[in-house]
Design a protein around this ligand. Structure first.
Ligand code: HEM
Length: 426
């Protein structure tokens, strides 16, 4: 059985990323509630007011607005012609080397075609054949080796299993996982690029661009190899080589650029979500009992945790024309912060919105986004989360929070999650 993988570089990069987007220690949900009551569409940079660096910062010279109500945010995310994403290529995108080929920063036809090519690889039918290997890897490689210790910090493996899963899906050779953790650390360095201080940001840009290139070089080599071998396998790269939409195929550069972005898009997002799911569960021992006895509740637990504690509290768009939102005129060019953390607790949509209740009637929350850019990897993410929660409940008998260590806390202004979840078991 393989031992637990560790990479100091990755752990340091994750901690730095959390610090970068943490901002002030304020109750973001209380602030949002106040806004929903008094000014549901606010002129100004809500994230900057929490001291969080976003790409919606003033440095682009555009006015910034923040939107807090569920229905307003739903309408914005749905209407990608009026509320565009291309500006991301000029912000976060420049940390990827500035070639602008990242899907989250595409608009219109370019985005529709890219989704058309990529989507079939990520449907539940396509993802389900990976289920057994994902479950095996999480159980055997990460959780089973810890069982004899009778205590652990769940974050010690939460950082690794999502990267391990993406690594296997991409089709990298099993033995070089250690190198890949280094690439994943590079991915997190890219995400931590935007800073409040422009001088600091320039320095971060330099190291992020180098990191991005390193990751790209590793991936493009593998793409060329798979193409040369005929791309017959079920790994992601081979599937992307075979994918076609409206008679178009992806070239090596497009595949490498997309695959590189997955390390950042699918790694730390899943880690942070897992940390919130486990924190909310373990804080409620009676719920642990219920879920342990009835595993059909695991997906409900995850959906509610995702609503209650979104991993990323805000999604930003740019107005392509003058447009009215909730009675406020937003001028063309303005950046619009859609505050997901607020929409997910909108009392007009969710009854007792501030109560964590896995029995509530399911309504979509926006943690995986909404509309044309909705998370393409959400079935992979949910599959991993279900597998990880089940493995913890199965392999750690009577798992509970360690009473001798600080209780986990979900924190963060933009990226939310717990940094430590100490547990014990029998
Ligand atoms: C719990 C974990 C995850 C969360 C919370 C999450 C969240 C999101 C959100 C909110 C978006 C929309 C961005 C926007 O509207 O601007 C998004 C897009 C995306 N996600 Fe995820 N994600 C997760 C896991 C994953 C995984 C595992 C993958 C890949 C295997 C992935 C790949 C992507 C990609 C490629 C996009 C861009 C889609 C587009 O622009 O059309 N995500 N994700």
């Amino acid at each position: 059985m393989a031992s637990l993988h560790r990479s100091e570089k990755l752990e340091a990069a994750f901690a730095a990323l959390s610090r970068n987007y943490r901002g002030l220690d304020v109750d973001i949900y209380a602030l949002c509630q106040q806004r929903r009551k008094t000014a549901p569409v606010m002129e100004g940079d809500f994230m900057a007011s929490l001291s969080v660096p976003t790409h919606a910062g003033q440095r682009h010279g555009n006015p910034t607005y923040a939107v807090f109500k569920y229905n307003d945010i739903k309408a914005i995310l749905q209407d990608a012609a009026t509320f565009t994403s291309g500006f991301i290529a000029k912000g976060l995108g420049t940390f990827f080397g500035g070639d602008g080929l990242i899907i989250i920063a595409m608009d219109g036809d370019q985005h529709r075609k890219a989704r058309g090519l990529l989507q079939p690889v990520f449907t539940p039918q396509s993802v389900n054949p990976w289920r057994a290997e994902i479950e095996r890897s999480i159980r055997e490689e990460f959780i089973a080796p810890l069982v004899p210790n009778k205590h652990a910090d769940l974050m010690d493996f939460a950082l690794y299993f999502p990267i391990r899963v993406i690594y296997a899906l991409i089709g990298f050779p099993q033995e070089s996982i250690g190198d890949f953790y280094e690439y994943a650390a590079m991915g997190l360095t890219i995400l931590a690029g935007p800073k409040n201080d422009p001088a600091e940001e320039e320095a971060a840009r330099m190291s992020a661009v180098a990191a991005s290139q390193g990751l790209y070089d590793a991936v493009i080599q593998l793409v060329a190899q798979r193409r040369a071998e005929g791309a017959t396998g079920e790994d992601l790269i081979s599937r992307l080589i075979r994918a076609a939409f409206e008679d178009r195929r992806l070239d090596d550069k497009e595949i490498a650029t997309f695959v590189r972005s997955l390390v950042a898009a699918g790694g730390e997002t899943t880690t942070r979500t897992f940390s919130s799911v486990m924190t909310l569960l373990l804080q409620r021992p009676e719920l642990v009992e219920r879920v342990r006895a009835d595993r059909n509740l695991v997906p409900k637990l995850i959906d509610e945790a995702i609503r209650y504690e979104p991993t990323s509290t805000v999604k930003v768009r740019q107005a392509a024309r003058d447009v009215e939102v909730g009675g406020v005129m937003i001028p063309k060019g303005a950046l619009v912060q859609c505050v997901i953390a607020s929409a997910n607790r909108d009392e007009d949509i969710f009854e007792n919105a501030d109560v964590f209740d896995i029995d509530r009637k399911l309504k979509p929350s926006f943690t995986f986004g909404y509309g044309p850019h909705t998370c393409i990897g959400q079935f992979v993410a949910k599959l991993e989360l279900v597998a990880a929660v089940n493995a913890v409940l199965d392999l750690f008998p009577n798992v509970r929070l360690d009473p001798d260590r600080p209780a986990p806390e979900i924190q963060g202004g933009q990226l939310r999650g717990a940094s430590s979840i100490p547990v014990i078991w029998d």
